[in-house]
Ligand binder design. Structure first.
Ligand code: PMP
Length: 381
């Protein structure tokens, strides 16, 4: 018998879809996938070469649990330079980004304490909150995915400890303005909360500007900023990211890291060190994503039944539709009838929506969205 804590956790929303897709592929069908949330590029060669060189030179051992000191220093410098966050190595813990979400909650909340979460949200947040014995309280957003500051106070109780924010947002592509984030920060300070700011898509902003609330002086002691190398440098498989927070939170999270992961993979830490010197590859991939974004947006606009917020960042679009069919059923239809993979919206907290990841080739975008159009225009229903 597995524990009730784990029994309450869902498997990833994309798992059953990709199992089904694998069956169709085996049967010889070509599948057009907008399912997976990762860059299709290979990690830049110089990052791979450097990590392998270090591995061959014997850097294959445990590292300090919080990360190699030189990497922590480089991350602190990056936080100052790019995010305006005043950090030193002591404020940095190196760990895979999804694990850092767990470490942050593990370190901040006691069982039953509440976490405010704007919907739609990153699909893993509800289960990560549950796994860490917190209680998710969703807060609605308007048609432009803005927070309603007039009603936000309604969701605060004596048990509220954390506001969890993802910016740019997976799945909507929303990028919050500095003005909104300053208002949110005022709310967090007034209610004596902590902010977990998941900025993993920080480099993929096409419109508007990235702003990190951790850069606001009064927020410094109550913000945990998370980011990583997966999306900016096409390094999903390296499992490497980091958390930047006040020293007491880093120390707490490091204790948990010591008793779970021990440390982040040594070879990946060397790769990350090289990545931080490699801004050109970020710019190059971002340009490519932006082209794909523009193409996907223009093609989706031609589909009558769909309406969506034009994404400003990340690599997702989150269309809503009006026909009377659940998002689960629509996603299954698209796979079975059009060989297209999308992710249903409900697990992201928005019914009658689906998520498209455009981190794929322009050919797939053209053909795949064409097929989505055929489905919605009813020609092949
Ligand atoms: N946060 C968000 C919003 C994400 O979309 C993802 C990855 N899909 C993660 C965290 C986890 O990143 P990683 O795979 O690097 O742990």
């Amino acid at each position: 018998m597995v524990s009730s804590r784990v029994n309450g956790i869902n498997e990833s929303a994309t798992v059953s879809m990709s199992n089904k897709a694998a069956e169709l592929k085996e049967a010889g069908k070509t599948i057009y996938s907008f399912g997976i949330g990762e860059p299709d590029f290979t990690t830049p060669e110089e990052i791979i070469d450097y990590a392998f060189k270090e591995a061959k030179a014997g850097k294959t051992h445990y590292t300090p649990s919080a990360g190699i000191m030189e990497l922590r220093q480089k991350i602190a410098e990056k936080m100052k330079r790019k995010n305006g966050i005043d950090a030193t190595a002591s404020n940095v813990l190196v760990t895979p980004t999804k694990f850092s979400l767990n470490l942050a909650l593990y370190s901040l909340i006691d069982p039953g304490e509440e976490v405010l979460l704007p919907a739609p949200y990153y699909v893993s947040y509800p289960d990560i909150i549950k796994l860490n014995q917190g209680k998710m309280v969703t807060v609605p957003t308007d048609e432009n995915y803005e927070l309603d500051f007039d009603s936000l106070g309604k969701y605060v109780s004596p048990k509220t400890r954390v506001f969890m924010l993802n910016n740019p947002v997976n799945p909507t592509g929303k990028v919050y303005s500095e003005k909104s984030l300053r208002k949110l920060s005022d709310f967090i300070i007034e209610n004596n909360l902590y902010l977990i700011s998941d900025e993993i898509y920080e480099d993929l902003v096409y419109k508007g500007k990235m702003f990190s609330p951790g850069s606001i002086e009064e927020m410094k002691d109550r913000t945990v900023t998370l980011s990583g190398f997966s999306k900016s440098y096409a390094m999903t498989g390296w499992r490497i990211g980091y958390m930047v927070a006040p020293v007491d939170i880093i120390k707490a999270a490091n204790k948990v890291q010591q008793q779970t992961l021990t440390c982040a993979p040594s070879i990946s830490q060397y790769g990350a060190m090289k990545a931080l010197e490699n801004e050109e590859s970020v710019t190059k991939m971002k340009k490519e994503f932006e082209k794909r974004r523009n193409l996907a947006v223009s093609l989706l606009k031609e589909i009558n039944d769909l309406s969506f917020y034009e994404p400003e960042g990340a690599f997702y679009i989150f269309p809503g539709y009006s026909i009377d069919r659940s998002d689960d059923a629509i996603s299954l239809d698209l796979l079975e009838k059009q060989n297209v993979i999308v992710t249903p919206g409900s697990p992201f907290g928005a019914e009658k929506h689906f998520r498209i990841s455009y981190a794929t080739s322009e050919d797939v975008i053209r053909e795949g969205i064409g097929r989505i159009g055929k489905y919605f225009n009813g020609q092949q229903k």
